[in-house]
Design a protein around this ligand. Structure first.
Ligand code: CA
Length: 258
């Protein structure tokens, strides 16, 4: 149920209200009388000039950060560094096994290789088996001839193939007026050659021990493929004593050419 509010007005407000009412009533009457005296309204004035340009606006915000740049190119290769220091010497290795012998080298220059062989009296045999001989066992006597006439003796000689024969010497005892003849030769199945020969002719030489050598050599290169080699002695006989002629040994010398 709506209740009507009680109105309470002060005296001051009441008086002011009366005054305002009087003034309004007076103004309305004045205005009404003036409206009867004013003419029609004039034309509108011209548009005013454009106002001054406003102030520049504030600076905008900082823009966003740009994208990162491209990766730079690869740099040039640097200079070669200094050589390092030399390393220490290594330990000595173990001694290796002995290898097989190498091939024989060529013969060098210089002195020729020399050699010789001796052929003692006991190597000799008589050329005819019915001749009387004696191999005297007493030192220095050697081969003796007991036949009373000249007989011949022969002995083999072994020399290295390819050697060059340089000399031959025969050692004997002669105490009578006959003499020895010595031969050195080679033979094969059909013929033979004399390599050297010598003697102690004329036989009136000073009695005693002596020796003689070849004056020249033929067929000096030893060829064992085609020959065998021999010594041959023509042994004199003494009418006085078989001890007056004795043969001891021969010496054959050779060399390999340089
Ligand atoms: Ca003599």
């Amino acid at each position: 149920m709506r209740k009507i509010a009680a109105v309470s007005i002060t005296t001051g407000k009441f008086v002011a209200g009366i005054v305002i009412a009087i003034l309004v009533s007076s103004a309305v009457s004045v205005g009404f009388s003036m409206m009867l005296a004013i003419g029609p309204e004039g034309p509108q004035g011209e548009t005013g000039a454009t106002g001054a340009t406003g102030l520049q606006g504030p600076k905008g915000d900082i823009g966003a950060t740009g994208p990162a740049g491209a990766t730079g190119a690869t740099g040039a290769t640097g200079a070669t560094g200094l050589q390092g220091p030399k390393g220490d010497k290594g330990d000595t290795g173990a001694t290796g096994a002995t290898g097989p012998p190498g091939p024989e080298g060529e013969r060098g220059f210089g002195m020729p290789q020399q050699g010789n062989i001796s052929i003692g009296y006991s190597e000799f045999i008589p050329s005819y088996n019915n001749e009387m001989v004696k191999y005297d066992e007493i030192f220095g006597r050697g081969l003796l001839n007991l036949a009373g006439s000249k007989i011949t003796f022969i002995a083999p000689v072994q020399l290295p193939h390819g050697a060059k024969i340089t000399n031959g010497t025969f050692y004997f005892y002669d105490n009578d007026d006959d003499f020895f003849i010595f031969y050195f030769g080679r033979s094969n199945q059909t013929y033979g050659d004399t390599i050297g020969n010598t003697d102690n002719f004329p036989g009136l030489d000073t009695p005693g021990y002596d020796h003689v050598s070849f004056s020249s050599i033929n067929h000096a290169i030893v060829d064992n493929n085609n020959y065998y080699y021999w010594l041959w002695i023509v042994f004199p006989a003494s009418s006085i004593s078989y001890l007056y002629y004795r043969f001891q040994y021969a010496l054959i010398e050779y060399e390999f050419p340089a």
